[in-house]
Design a protein. Structure first.
Length: 260
């Protein structure tokens, strides 16, 4: 997973800039808070920071669209009274955005959320206590999604691998796995691999003598042979081995991230 530095438009500001650096939890997650109305900035900042969330406040739907496209956000909190909020692509049913969405709305607006990708709905006015409860409710899912998708840089040589495409099967040439997550991997192959091709590959887990076998689909491929593969199947036992090994390699102390 590529991390991007959020380039904030002029009207926006990071709420965390209001808070002095101390012994707070490392910010692992990123969230957007969309609202034209003022919020109790300092108290909300503390709640999010204590959960390892870097919170960025924006005042227009256009800024949300730009920032979600250019950067990785785990959570979007949206004041539905903000002009353009109802048209946000990240709330659309067909969105490819994979984060958690939280909408703050009045009672007569909540009915309009049917068919939207909304995980949590808060009635207005949203107090700091209400936002705290919602964040804690979203935290487990947000953590799971982030940890599962986190890309670990590796240099693993597959033990064996085959490609099945349009009824033809052949062995993979010499290749290197350059990064891996719980949901897929990036393979540097000697030649471009066809999109939608089916891959079967055995490879060693990082820093262990254990091998795992996965079946996956080529979701993107570059002319250089760099290829993105999404896992389709891995046995339950090997999935746990992979999860445990990758979780141990996370660059954060995950015990500190559990909300009280």
């Amino acid at each position: 997973m590529r991390e991007a530095t959020v380039q904030q438009p002029a009207p926006s500001f990071s709420i965390l800039q209001k808070r002095k650096v101390g012994t707070s939890v490392k910010k692992v997650f990123s969230a957007l808070l969309l609202s034209e109305n003022p919020f109790p900035v300092d108290s909300i900042a503390k709640v999010f920071e204590d959960h390892g969330v870097a919170l960025h406040f924006v005042r227009s739907a256009m800024e949300v669209e730009q920032m979600v496209r250019s950067s990785r956000f785990d959570l979007v909190v949206c004041d539905y009274d903000t002009p353009g909020a109802s048209e946000l692509s990240c709330l659309g049913r067909a969105t490819k955005w994979r984060g958690i969405s939280m909408v703050i709305a009045r009672g007569n607006s909540i009915r309009g959320l049917n068919g939207k990708k909304v995980h949590f709905t808060l009635n207005k006015p949203a107090t700091t206590d209400l936002l705290t409860k919602a964040l804690k409710a979203a935290y487990s899912t947000m953590s799971h999604l982030r940890f599962a998708a986190y890309r670990h840089t590796v240099a693993l040589r597959p033990v064996a691998g085959t490609l099945l495409y349009r009824g033809s099967q052949r062995a993979l040439g010499p290749a290197i796995i350059s990064d891996i997550s719980q949901t897929g991997l990036c393979l540097n192959a000697p030649e471009p691999l066809p999109q939608d091709g089916l891959i079967s590959v055995n490879f060693p887990l990082p820093e262990t003598n254990e091998n795992v076998h996965v079946l996956g689909t080529v979701v993107w491929s570059s002319p250089t042979g760099k290829t993105g593969i999404k896992f389709n199947h891995i046995s339950a036992h090997q999935q746990k081995l992979l999860q445990d090994r990758l979780r141990a390699r996370l660059p954060w102390n995950t015990d500190l991230l559990s909300p009280e």
